[in-house]
Design a protein around this ligand. Structure first.
Ligand code: F6P
Length: 362
């Protein structure tokens, strides 16, 4: 039986590239700097729902550099098993938060690191307050829409994937004289679309933060044609609504709905309006997987190290955050459940307008 102090770590909500780099950093720093052991909690709060919590011992020997290169999370993640409304097979829901809290306390941990996005941090914040759990949070989301941090783990890789998709779509668009539409993720923020659209040379970028008119987009496509170019590239964030304001949703297993369909809606409308031969690519979860970019590995490593330091200092209910090239920490309560839309007057939008990219509003 070990006598070393132990801390825990879990990955909550949807996965993204760079989570393993954060886990690795926390384990290495905890052991090298403080002589602590780290235990991984499998599938976040679901791992604390049985009498015997589901754990993974995370020794430094297991933390080789290959984890930096691996997408996903070695701890597993869930984003549809809220312990406050836990779904039962018969479709009813029960509150299992007390079990999660009781099982957490049985572990005798000095503190726990919760890696999550705005939704999962809201849930973790509620649990930590109710159950007096000493937690430090690390922000992750490809959408990069968490408040009080300039960036989150996973965003840079997602932008890289979406940019590469445009790099690949452009030559085939040119060969066939087509309008290519790329639908990218971003639950309520258009940051991936904006960043990848600028980096990948899109002609049109549509984001939920800026209302659009189909006529403006059609005019842009016509203008490109009249100036002698035979193709155009349009990037749209999945959360963009139809012109009349209807959300484009898809139903998934268990009745859950997620964004989906705006790319095909636009393809249909623009083909009718411009006569352009149009093809639609929906990038989907490709943006969440694959090798993390160097930037995501770096941010994840810095966040992992700082989170362990906060536990050492006894600074709990804080989230590490990126601000002006530094890692700072902010109250979890100020972040949980809040989202940060792209700024319609921000640097990305100003840059896009400066480049002559159509944002659909003029
Ligand atoms: O919030 C991250 C995100 O990838 C969104 O961009 C996307 O809308 C959603 O999660 C997809 O969720 P799921 O993995 O449950 O389909």
């Amino acid at each position: 039986m070990t006598t070393k102090p132990r801390i825990g770590i879990m990955t909550s909500g949807g996965d993204c590239a760079g989570l393993n780099a954060a886990i690795r950093a926390a384990v290495l720093h905890a052991e090298h700097s403080y002589g602590w052991e780290v235990v991984g909690i499998k599938n976040a709060t679901q791992g604390l729902m049985s009498e015997t919590p589901q754990l993974i011992e995370l020794s430094t020997e297991k933390m080789s550099a290959h984890l930096l290169r691996e997408g996903g999370t070695i701890l597993g993640a869930i984003n549809n098993r809220n312990p406050y409304h836990f779904p039962l097979p018969d479709g009813t829901r029960v509150d299992r938060s007390a079990e999660v809290i009781a099982n957490y306390h049985k572990l005798g941990l000095r503190g726990v690191i919760g890696i999550g996005g705005d939704g999962s941090l809201a849930l973790l914040q509620r649990l930590t307050t109710q159950g007096n759990i000493p937690m430090v949070a690390i922000p992750k989301t490809i959408d990069n829409d968490m408040v009080l941090t300039e960036t989150s783990i996973g965003f840079d890789t997602a932008v890289q994937v979406a940019t590469e998709a445009l790099d690949r779509l452009q030559p085939t668009a040119a060969s066939h004289s087509r309008l290519m539409i790329l639908e990218v993720m971003g639950r309520d923020a258009g940051r991936i679309a904006l960043a990848a659209g600028i980096a990948g040379g899109a002609d049109i970028i549509l984001i939920p933060e800026i209302p659009y008119k189909l006529a403006h987009i059609a005019a842009k496509i016509e203008q490109i044609r009249q100036r002698g170019r035979n193709f155009s590239l349009l990037v749209v964030a999945e959360a963009v609504k139809s012109e009349s304001g209807e959300s484009m949703m898809m139903q998934h297993h268990g009745g859950e709905s997620r964004y989906g369909g705006i790319g095909h809606y636009l393809g249909h409308k623009l083909m009718e309006m411009t006569g352009a031969e149009t093809r639609v690519t929906v990038l989907g979860h490709v943006q969440r997987g694959g090798q993390p970019s160097p930037q995501d590995r770096l941010i994840a490593s810095a966040f992992g190290v700082r989170a362990v330091d906060l536990i050492h200092q006894g600074k709990f209910n804080r989230m590490v955050a990126w601000s002006a090239g530094q890692v700072i920490d902010v109250p979890m309560a100020d972040v949980a459940g809040k989202t940060r839309a792209a700024d319609p007057k921000g640097i990305e939008v100003t840059t896009a307008r400066g480049l002559g990219i159509c944002l659909g509003d003029e």
